[in-house]
Design a protein around this ligand. Structure first.
Ligand code: COA
Length: 374
């Protein structure tokens, strides 16, 4: 019997602090007032356009987001600052992403009934890494006491599904028996909280998946990965120019183009059909049909986008049971989003039933992972 990759455990770290739309908008609108007062003369002369206020109604209607969890609420809501206060750690302290990862990994291991001694590899896959090196994944490996190898990877919002393919490949070709795929997303660190068009989009969270070889996992436990299908196509419509050749300014706020920037409308229009087509092609390649799916754990960026994608795949509207929504509480947590949906909504799936974990985002990048409950 050939070796297959099994998702045997999932874990989630959710930051304690939350920011509701009303709280976020109150802070943004105070920033707008202060800005417009500061530049009143330029605005009166017509040299500068006044900034416009945001609104909770718009945010919920345009995105489906009601709230988000964040690593630092106070710095984000301070209208004179508007970015999280997450001080540098010394080399002797764990990184913030490592701390988040440990909580999620411990839960994934506990749910799988495993310990770190059973694990051979750690892949930290996320949109933004706290430092260039040593890899955060190697720090997580060391903190857990794992004997093996670890590396970081970044495919923006699709990092988790691309990481799952890397883990499944390692399992199937025998280079690892058990792999932790971890997604510590501090999206509040790359979000421009002064930008009305996008200040509400993101939240913070970390997810973890334990992927193991099938002959080590008890029959009836976990989800078998039936196949993965990845696609990328270059686009400037979601972009962040931050990199090691440039720096933010002294305040830590940074220049706007070194933060998340997007053409939201274009992303919506271009990416939605690509995602639906990719899922259908992936199912077809596995000799499956959309009607075989019990659940779609989609990337959580925009409610309207998910409704459109699931409708194109199923040929009818999907129920919340078929395509669970977590972005109302978490907002867009980048690569963690579809995994949070999977983590919170898989216990009711029966043996033999199928689902698809699907991500999409900057790159563009799309990843589809079809799983079957054992
Ligand atoms: N409060 C109030 N009004 C706002 C606003 C805010 N915070 N931000 C924008 N508006 C206004 C705009 O000025 C515009 O007004 P106009 O019609 O008078 O010009 C109107 O609302 C519509 O703005 P638009 O940016 O076109 O909104 P949208 O309906 O496209 O929704 C997004 C914006 C970002 C929520 C949506 O495009 C989206 O989610 N796209 C997909 C993004 C995505 O998945 N990205 C992946 C990231 S990884």
């Amino acid at each position: 019997m050939s070796i297959k990759a099994i998702i045997s455990g999932t874990g989630l770290f959710t930051p304690e602090a939350t920011i509701t739309n009303d709280e976020l908008v109150a802070s943004f609108n105070r920033f707008v007032e202060l800005h417009n007062e500061r530049y009143a003369d330029d605005i009166a002369r017509g040299d500068m356009a006044p900034l416009q206020p945001s609104s909770s109604e718009f945010i919920e209607k345009a995105s489906g987001i009601k709230s988000r969890h964040v690593m630092d609420k106070e710095g984000i809501l301070d209208p004179e600052r508007m970015c999280p206060r997450l001080p540098d750690r010394s080399n002797d302290e764990p990184s913030i992403q490592c701390e988040m990862a440990l909580v999620a990994c411990q839960e994934a291991l506990a749910r799988a009934g495993r310990t770190a001694a059973d694990v051979d590899a750690v892949i930290v896959a996320c949109s933004n890494l706290q430092r260039a090196y040593p890899a955060v994944a190697i720090e997580v490996q060391e903190s857990l006491g794992i004997d093996g190898f670890a590396y970081d990877m970044n495919v923006a919002c699709s990092s988790a599904t691309f990481g799952l393919q890397a883990a499944a490949n390692a399992i199937e070709n025998g280079t690892a028996g058990a792999v932790l795929v971890v997604n510590p997303e501090i999206c509040s660190g790359h979000l421009n909280f002064r930008d009305r068009d996008s200040h509400f989009i993101f939240g913070d969270a970390c997810t973890a998946l334990l992927v193991e070889r099938s002959d080590r996992v008890e029959a009836g436990k976990g989800f078998e990965i039936l196949g993965t299908h990845l696609k990328t196509k270059f686009s400037n419509n979601i972009r962040n120019n931050f990199g090691f050749l440039n720096r933010g300014d002294e305040s830590g706020v940074g220049k706007a183009d070194k933060l998340f920037v997007q053409q939201g409308r274009k992303v919506f229009k271009e990416v939605s059909p690509m995602v639906a087509e990719l899922i259908l092609a992936h199912l077809d390649s596995l000799s499956l049909a959309a009607s075989d799916l019990r659940r779609m754990w989609l990337h959580q960026a925009n409610l309207g986008m998910n409704q459109l994608i699931s409708k194109r795949v199923l040929g009818r509207d999907a129920s919340r049971e078929e395509a669970p929504v977590i972005l109302d509480e978490y907002a867009n947590t980048s690569s963690a989003g579809s995994i949070i949906a999977f983590h919170l909504h898989h216990d009711d799936i029966s043996s033999g039933e199928l689902g698809v974990i699907c991500s999409f985002g900057a790159g563009y990048s799309i990843g589809s992972v079809v799983v079957r409950r054992r």
